[in-house]
Design a protein around this ligand. Structure first.
Ligand SMILES: Nc1nc2c([nH]c(=O)n2[C@H]2C[C@H](O)[C@@H](COP(=O)(O)OP(=O)(O)OP(=O)(O)O)O2)c(=O)[nH]1
Length: 135
């Protein structure tokens, strides 16, 4: 087995909406939508990486919830895991500070309005199904 690097994606929910972020780089992903997040660093817990990435990319204070079961291949050597997250009370609203040029809160019925990165489509589908099964 070669190297395998986990990318954590946030299913950041707020008032029944899921946050989608439009990438501004690299060129082949620019303009496409993703779950905000990033690479887990060596020795870092994935849920801690998620909170760190959301602070860096969006300027928010967030709490990781539970992992959405599954794992989705990205371009090798990356694989994506998704965790639910929510804004801590008193958190600033998310802003596209780095990597993104637009953010959108999507109700579940509008989730497919944005042009997700291909690799994200199964992850987003499973994330919605997971959320639908929650109270
Ligand atoms: N964060 C994130 N990355 C994704 C998604 N889908 C997808 O193919 N990717 C790819 C893009 C990148 O090649 C890689 C993650 O890179 P990143 O740029 O978000 O991670 P990072 O902030 O830790 O990166 P870096 O700038 O520190 O190198 O995974 C997704 O939904 N979220």
């Amino acid at each position: 087995m070669g190297e395998r690097i986990v990318v954590v994606g946030a299913a950041l929910w707020h008032e029944g909406r899921l946050l989608a972020a439009r990438r501004s780089a690299p060129a082949d992903l620019a303009g496409r939508w993703e779950l905000p997040g990033g690479k887990v660093e060596p020795g870092e817990r994935p849920d801690a990486a998620l909170v760190r990435e959301l602070r860096e990319e969006l300027g928010v204070d967030a709490e990781a919830g539970e992992r959405v079961p599954g794992e989705w291949p990205l371009r090798a050597p990356y694989v994506m895991q998704v965790w639910t997250a929510r804004l801590s009370s008193g958190s600033p609203a998310p802003r596209p500070l780095e990597d993104h040029d637009e953010l959108r809160w999507l109700t579940p019925d509008r989730v497919w309005d944005v042009d997700w990165i291909e690799h994200d489509v199964p992850a987003v589908r499973d994330t919605l199904a997971h959320a639908a099964g929650r109270p």
